[in-house]
Design a protein around this ligand. Sequence first.
Ligand SMILES: C[S@@+](CC[C@H](N)C(=O)[O-])C[C@H]1O[C@@H](n2cnc3c(N)ncnc32)[C@H](O)[C@@H]1O
Length: 300
Amino acid sequence: MPRSTPPPPTGIGLTALLTAGARVAENIRLDPLYRDHVAPLFLESAGARDTWWPFPGREEDALWRWLNGYIPLRTRFFDDYLLDAGRRGRHQVVVLGAGLDTRAFRLPWPCPAPGGEPGDRAATVYEIDLPSVLDFKEAVLTGRRGRPRCARAAVRADLRGNWTSGLLAAGFRPDLPTAWLAEGLAAHLGPEENDRLMESVTRLSAPGSRFATEYWNSATLRSWSEAMEGAPSMDFLRPHLRPGCRGEPEEWFAAHGWQADVHALTELAHTHLRPRALASGPRTSAAARAMNRALVVAAT
Ligand SMILES: C[S@@+](CC[C@H](N)C(=O)[O-])C[C@H]1O[C@@H](n2cnc3c(N)ncnc32)[C@H](O)[C@@H]1O
């Protein structure tokens, strides 16, 4: 690790490295759903010996098998969501709980129009996460060659508190429609925290905004955790899992003034010709059933 790189995130921040590890594993497939050439830098800088760092015995670990099958599908789903939002003119993007997300570096964002105003055609990606995660991320990114393919701002904030002032100070414009993304975040917050987060998002969303998320509620927590019970790495993850949002996604979004479109995970797996990605054994099959209604895109 270069001497100036802060230590890799621990606690809840370590979940960002686990996700990056699953994305690295996708890079070596012959039929990848995306390529993430930045993610390996995070693992390397963390001193990781493999993509399942820091846990031993990935082949025996149901959580690793689940992430390895699920994260590529989830990542591709949200890549497609953001590219579609860009095509529809939403060039302001906010990634909540961004972790080590590298979309600013790897997606073909719309370019600024010649002579255009800032924020006009150029995409701007705001990434919000805890300071320890973004300190590590920025230090790793600073040392690499290559630039983001859009304007990019890192906003250090706790999403359970006042995060909107940091976002506004970074240049976010509430008068422009926004494509929001909360990938892998809802499961780490409680119902009141998710409600408050969504109230703030709604306040900042101009007409035409969209919000995509991995939906999680107390029923998902129960059935997904049951499916993963016994996986050695669950000792780490269990304390960081919370009951998420209240009720079914359609009702929750409607209560916040949004209309939700729920996408079945099993259909997505078939679309990408990966039915076995979610069914490598009884535990991953049960986990896939628990999260079948997890991928949601909502519109104002
Ligand atoms: C499972 S990771 C997903 C990271 C990223 N969205 C991705 O898919 O690569 C969850 C992320 O949410 C962040 N997170 C959890 N609780 C948070 C909070 N209260 N405020 C800010 N970030 C938070 C963690 O630090 C972590 O980076």
